[in-house]
Ligand binder design. Sequence first.
Ligand code: HEM
Length: 491
Amino acid sequence: MELSIFLFLAVLMGLLLLLVKGRPKGHGHLPPGPHPLPFLGNILQMDRGGLLKSFLRLREKYGDVFTVYLGRRPVVMLCGIEAIKEALVDQAEDFSGRGKIAMVEPVFQGYGVIFANGNRWKTLRRFSLATMRDFGMGKRSVEERIQEEAQCLVEELQKSKGALLDPSFLFQSITANIISSIVFGKRFHYRDEEFLKLLNLFYQSFSLTSSLSGQLFELFSDFLKFFPGAHRQVYKNLEEINGFIGRSVEEHRETLDPSAPRDLIDAYLLRMEKEKSNPHSEFNQKNLILNTLSLFVAGTETTSTTLRYGFLLMLKYPHVAERVHKEIEQVIGMRRPPALDDRVKMPYTDAVIHEIQRFADLLPLAVPHMVTKDTHFQGYIIPKNTEVFPILNSALRDPRYFEKPDAFNPEHFLDASGALKKNEAFIPFSLGKRICLGEGIAKAELFLFFTTILQSFSLASPMAPGDIDLTPQESGLGKIPRTYQIRFLPH
Ligand code: HEM
């Protein structure tokens, strides 16, 4: 449906409710913010450019901590590394709840590690971390798996013989295969029809959720959910992926060997069996499907989109790609595959990957948090269950921490002697108890995939660097780069 029609219907419905309902109820002592309209909240303060732009504008007026009503929901915004740290680290437990993303709420319904709360979340987070460690670091380490996948990718790219290609689905395939080998115990062939279908469903869902209509849905889901729109497509897509996961779980059940669990699903099934007499156990079928979906979604789109941004940046700034290639030649050479130990000896490459992540700003609003109890913060009282958005973008693009925050400049992470310079405002994985559960895997993937590709290929674009547009295609929940074509030319 056209955005303007959505908006019109939303306003109409709001006015009707205004007649019936009255003003929003008082809420503790929330941080300041623009005055909300009943039901419509702060719609009048929203920028056509989307939620992030709107919040950054409001920050100019209200400071680093303020309240915005998304429809009827008050949401506390945290801007700048200081406020984000004060909340997510210094008051970690209070801010460790998870809020909702309206587009995916009907699928997850509070199940699975990303969207769970309370005891369910603690149980699933502990289990997921421990089993990812076991099956990621066991006989074959994550490092080895990524190295093997990177070699498969090199072979596939060699087959392209330097033809122009859109790298999106290959980057999705390699990242999906890493998480898949840990969770499902297998990797997929790049031309496997079912795999390609799944990847397409992921890609479409992430784009729709990040689109402008996805953001509008975040404001008025109570009402818009009754109408056709992107949310229905996202629901259908994720349910289709769940169908795939369900079939895979059944196959695992049939071949389960209790003495030798092969992957995360096996480990989960064994826990389910062990706890079957406990009616309150979190190890039930629903959590199994939705926890698997959580890891699969979170582990695929994030890292692959970052790689996609990374190679677009390398096309735009070929001298950076050239310097990385030189460092690879000096430290690794051209004969053996890159290993994680190489990273400490490659400060320039490390700085480039940091800068790619900073510039890509993949999840500019993080994932919504929620306070777990009435919370005293900076003199305000945030009532239990109020949502909180840590605006990661405001730290990653903070001019006090990065000299040219809107430019791509690896020097942001290098000191005068050329060594890697850490920066406390670099928080692409967020902070605190909800910090990205896949941070270690993601960092290993980014380093090994990036260096293996640049070790084997030089890059070429049909566009002149000056014409390459770095502004994102979508900027909502996620920032998604424009699609592009690239040639991988063997060295
Ligand atoms: C470049 C890649 C990645 C980035 C930038 C990223 C970033 C994030 C961010 C910002 C969050 C939200 C943290 C918060 O709520 O404050 C998150 C959560 C999460 N990420 Fe990642 N992530 C990446 C890769 C991965 C990978 C590879 C996996 C899985 C193997 C993963 C699994 C998760 C999970 C399960 C959560 C939810 C944690 C919880 O709610 O307790 N992520 N990630």
